[in-house]
Ligand binder design. Structure first.
Ligand code: ACM
Ligand code: ZN
Length: 505
């Protein structure tokens, strides 16, 4: 636990000061909602402004890995965890309690016994660093935001039509050419205005390793996403011979948003070699059990016309291009399995058949996830209906002064209402491994804006993913965010959507 405490020392010093409880019983607010909170005992008297309570931590092998018990009843702070991760999540809870003590001007940390563990082992948040690029420092701040909410997976979207962001040493053109677009659309899709300014950025391998290490210190796994066979324009602008139109075609890093016909040529063996070589380097950087291979929004029109793709289909006896997509994904899945890794793919990987060992990320609502769970596949639920954080937070974004979003209407209440087990029996429920929120950034160009879109809705994601079994009171949830999390958002300078707490139309 040596590495945990220093992360907190300064923060606690800044937060804790003296005040008066005036003998009033004080409840504590924690998000995500713990399994149980019992009040009792004397708690701890705050000694002086800036006093840091000693935290006695230990590992209890009787607890599940991420489970913890936080006890402040007997004049000291004791945290037991099933592992270092459990202790770390207990520290996040303590951190919220101390923020409340400071914010309410109390002179005691209340006496509590909190017993807590997560409902889901995978609690994820994604960030698209391709449509817009975010610096390593900003990515680390995002990881800090996840840790505060007990989110333990950072899904890092690294390749796209509009920019390839991961340095791959064997293919330097991916970043020399693929990381820069010539300009960017201004305003919404459909606009014909462009800013005329080149836009780019990428992460070196050392920087990605640094992010992985930073996340690991916070018990967060980084899952990289390398998109295939679609969303490949930036890769094809760099290596046009890997597309169906071949080396002579002027592929470009896209300057607008949407779904593009330019996809990797699945019939070209060099494409598979390329993808495998890229994944070799990715696996070297990212130790995660899972690698995300994309699979979404890949039009098959080019495959229909491509001699190489058609020849491979004939050889394999495929009658539909969807089978070709399935073949490519399965080939890559087997390759990664040889390296001890598993794949996650967006729900389109169900088209044309998917192997039982692939994990399906359900984004077009929960439908794909329900279908996959019924087929016996593992599922991560990231339905756009509930967890696409690029959607607006009210029904009247203009009138309410919301910054640009992609569209939609996804208020905090709706995020909170998601039922991960809808339509599933007990056996199928066991395949729902986790829940995730996605932060696509076509319309979100600054990190301040990312925070505005993610906070406080990330709290609802946390509440579903960690506290699914203890989630019945929306108004109480909002109160807990305001009391337990908002003081921390304020102290850390996180931007958040204040209007999201109110049920405004
Ligand atoms: C996606 O939103 N295209 C996965
Ligand atoms: Zn082809």
């Amino acid at each position: 636990m040596k590495h945990i405490f220093p992360l907190f020392a300064f923060a606690l010093a800044a937060l804790v000061s003296c005040g008066g409880n005036n003998g009033e019983p004080v409840n504590v607010s924690v998000v995500p909602n713990p399994v149980s909170i019992e009040y009792g005992g004397r708690g701890l008297k705050m000694k002086q402004a800036g006093w840091i309570p000693a935290v006695r931590t230990s590992i209890d092998s009787g607890l599940a890995a991420e489970e913890y018990i936080l006890d402040t009843r007997k004049g000291k702070v004791v945290i037991k965890g099933g592992s270092d991760a459990g202790v770390f999540w207990g520290m996040q809870t303590l951190y919220q309690i101390l923020a409340q003590v400071e914010n309410k001007g109390l002179d005691r940390i209340p006496g509590v016994l909190i017993k807590d563990k997560p409902a889901f082992s995978y609690r994820g948040a994604h960030l698209d660093c391709c449509r817009h690029f975010f610096s390593v420092e900003e990515v680390k701040t995002y990881i800090d935001m996840l840790a505060l909410h007990k989110i333990n997976v950072f899904h890092w979207h690294l390749t796209e039509d509009q920019g390839w962001r991961a340095e791959i040493k064997r293919y330097p053109k991916l970043t020399e050419i693929g990381s820069v677009r010539s300009e960017t659309l201004v305003g919404h899709y459909g606009s014909d205005e462009y800013d005329g300014t080149p836009y780019g950025g990428f992460y070196t391998q050392d920087e990605m390793r640094d992010v992985v290490a930073y996340a690991a210190e916070r018990f967060i796994t980084v899952i990289p996403e390398i998109e295939m066979p679609g969303h490949a324009s930036a890769a094809l602008a760099s290596y046009p011979e890997l597309g169906c139109r071949g080396a002579g075609y002027p592929y470009k890093v896209q300057t607008t948003w949407g779904v593009f016909p330019e996809v990797f040529c699945a019939g070209n063996p060099e494409t598979v070699t390329f993808l495998e070589n890229v994944l070799d380097e990715i696996c070297d950087i990212f130790p995660s059990e899972y690698i995300h291979i994309g699979g979404d929004e890949a039009p098959r029109d080019e495959w229909e016309k491509c001699p190489k793709c058609q020849a491979l289909m004939k050889e394999k006896g495929f009658t539909r291009e969807a089978e070709l997509q399935s073949y490519l994904i399965t080939t890559i899945e087997k390759y990664l399995a040889g390296k001890g890794r598993k794949i996650i793919g967006w729900d389109e990987i169900l088209d044309g058949g998917v192997s039982q060992s692939a994990t399906v990320m359900s984004w077009r609502g929960a439908k794909g996830g329900i279908e996959a769970a019924k087929m016996g596949n593992d599922v991560i639920m990231t339905p756009n209906s509930h967890f696409y954080l690029d959607y607006y937070q009210t029904g009247n974004p203009k009138e309410n002064g919301e910054p640009l979003g992609i569209g939609g209407n996804l208020p905090l209440r709706k995020c909170y209402s998601f039922d991960p087990f809808d339509q599933l029996n007990d056996e199928e429920k066991a395949h729902i491994k986790g829940i995730q929120a996605n932060m696509w950034t076509e319309y979100v160009a600054t990190f301040d804006h990312v925070q505005h879109m993610t906070l406080p809705r990330l709290a609802a994601l946390a509440e579903v993913a960690w506290s699914n079994d203890n989630r019945t009171d929306y108004d109480g949830f909002v109160d807990r965010i305001i009391t337990g999390l908002m003081p921390i958002y304020n102290t850390r300078g996180y931007n958040y959507a204040g209007y999201a707490f109110k049920d405004i139309e």
